[in-house]
Design a protein around this ligand. Sequence first.
Ligand SMILES: [Zn+2]
Length: 418
Amino acid sequence: MLMSHTSAEMYELKKKVEELKKIRGRGTELVSLYIPAGYDLNKIMQQLREEYGTAQNIKSKTTRKNVLGALERAMQHLKLYKQTPPTGLALFVGNVSEQEGVTDIRVFAIVPPEPLNVRLYRCDQTFVTEPLEEMLRVKEAYGLITVEKNEATIGVLRGKRIDVIDDLTSNVPGKTRAGGQSARRYERIREQETHEFMKRIAQHANEAFLPLLEKGELKGIIIGGPGPTKDEFVEGDYLHHELKKRIIGVVDISYHGEYGLKELVEKASDILAEQEVIKEKKLIKEFFKHLVKDTGLITYGEKEVRNALQLGAVDTLLISEGYDLVRVKAKCNNCGWEELKTMHENEYEVFKRQFKTCPKCRSQNISFEKWDVAEELIKMAEESGSNVEIISLDTEEGQQFYKAFGGLGALLRYKIHQ
Ligand SMILES: [Zn+2]
């Protein structure tokens, strides 16, 4: 997954989503509430009051109690806001206690890094996280073009959202019924008109896609159409050559316009899934290549990567989605002694016991801190303008990277001596 300037926020969002996904209600008692950017909070409050009324009819006593409790907490929480935050709000409320008979209602409020455009209320056994997961993917854009003789549609796919950019129609005349001389003349005019139309499609596509390419957001272009016109368009020198190189698929579709774009995305789903995998594989292969050749242009290990980030030497930070180490700190408030360590989450309790007393001054006035290493490193990468890539565990390369290198490494801008 490519992350741009908001990668730290995106990473935090990813963590929260993962946490939410693990929570299971005993009954259908977990409340998910999505409020779009700019939406009237009073209307949401009104809806929650109505839901509260409806929830009185829930048959199971425990579920009813938990749903009512969750709704009360949701309404309480919303009172903290004068208005909907600029990017909207996602609220998750429910009983998270894993012990039967014990109630522990928690509120998870997420102000998303990008505007929410979904309004949703649901009470279920799990929280609804798809709209946020969607947001994690929207940094990547795919250009879409459907081409027919007389019509063309240009669109952009981000996550699952398709935006129509342009709808073009041509005045290419239909097949003529006249015979002989005039039929041939019409044919020539038709060809000329088709050629002009394709030039126009390309011009609009260039205008739509070249800026995305410059921003590094354009991951590929998919072209579709019902007949051979799309192939003529692809093969002819219509599109800008940089865009032509980005064509990742040409597919047959039967619709045009907005439906055509939807059909195009459906038919190209394998191609799209493949792209993600190809990119990750390529990065990890590059990492291994430098390793084998000993070019000095990679580094791995938490301490080494941290150092390289501090030097501003990291081109691309590679973090496996399986990477889960935490950084912990013990500090004596009496003499200032400090101990910093990186460890697994489950070692934290032992660490806290180990340093209950300051080894220097024997004071027991110790404060502890714990944070996520991945989040910290991603923030450092952002500050030094490095790219960040989260490597999935879905590929053999990704697994290898996780197992052999603990899932953390970096491609470097220049050699450093460590
Ligand atoms: Zn001390």
